[in-house]
Ligand binder design. Structure first.
Ligand code: ADP
Ligand code: MG
Length: 263
């Protein structure tokens, strides 16, 4: 973590989004999103399909550019830099460097099929961060232990269950030592009996103080670990609060209608 990030981590939000807008063609799918995420927060984003949750996460790590507003992550403006009192879009290499500090776990695990579990986890630290193989391997083993896969390092992804593959994907993201982790419905592609082991790995990460933004339909997870819950609908934040507030006592009809379908 850079000194600048450390400073930010102890003084203010790790993520600030203000008035974030995004359109595809003529259709606006994010209509002015505001969000603050502080160090150690676990922010769960709920909302119906098509409400803009994935798009918003992708904007946070600049996999999508935004059309209005701004986002700061880890103390830096996402996708842009201020220079000579002007705002310049980052070049692809600079954006890639910025993205290294944001771990992302998707619904689909996207592991490298031709690499072993250990090689999958070591890949980016060695290639991108130029860590020594020995150091990367030691860290990877620690992370695999942590997600309960210490005995699977020589397996290939195809030899693992979906839940195990998703836990490898989590370890792989953690290998870059990101101060912030984004999860986009990490359990929704899994058979029901495999969901628990992935949620358990995420809960342990949360307990260790990792800052996380989690798009999920797992209300039990949100109730147990979310420090704040955001309900999105139709490209807007409809309501924000503690899990007890948003899930337990929703103020808006749209939130109630959504919860009645998923609870
Ligand atoms: P959610 O994750 O909440 O289900 P998304 O962020 O995936 O919602 O999508 C929000 C809206 O944006 C949807 O109407 C979707 O069809 C549209 N959308 C998402 N990605 C694209 C894209 N690359 N091109 C065009 N439309 C898109
Ligand atoms: Mg989505």
């Amino acid at each position: 973590m850079s000194a600048q990030v450390m400073e930010q981590a102890t003084t203010g939000p790790l993520v600030r989004a203000r008035g974030v807008r995004k359109s595809y063609g003529g259709t606006e799918v994010l209509k002015g999103i505001d969000l603050d995420v502080h160090p150690g927060d676990v922010t769960c984003i709920l909302g119906p399909s098509g409400s803009g949750k994935s798009t918003f996460l992708r904007c946070i790590n600049h996999l999508e550019s935004i059309d209005g507003g701004w986002i700061e992550a880890n103390g830096e403006l996402v996708g842009y830099r201020r220079k000579d009192a002007r705002i310049h879009e980052l070049r692809p290499r600079e954006a890639a460097r910025q993205r290294e500090d944001i771990g992302m776990v998707f619904q689909r695990f996207n592991l490298f099929p031709h690499l072993t579990v250990l090689q999958n986890v070591c890949h980016a630290p060695v290639l991108v961060r130029k860590e020594s193989r020995a150091a990367a391997r030691a860290h990877a083993r620690e992370l695999l232990e942590r997600v309960g896969l210490g005995d699977k390092e020589d397996r290939y992804p195809a030899q693992l269950s979906g839940g195990q593959q998703q836990r490898v994907a989590i370890a792989r993201a953690l290998a870059m030592r990101p101060p912030l982790m984004l999860f986009d419905e990490p359990t929704s592609a899994l058979d029901p009996e495999l969901v628990g082991e992935v949620l358990d790995a995420m809960k342990s990460l949360a307990r260790d103080g990792m800052t996380m933004i989690v798009v999920t339909h797992e209300m039990g997870f949100a109730r147990e670990v979310a420090t704040s819950v955001v309900f999105m609908d139709d490209g807007t934040v409809v309501e924000t609060g503690s899990a007890a507030q948003v899930i337990g006592a929703p103020q808006h009809e749209r939130t109630r209608a959504f919860l009645s379908k998923v609870l």
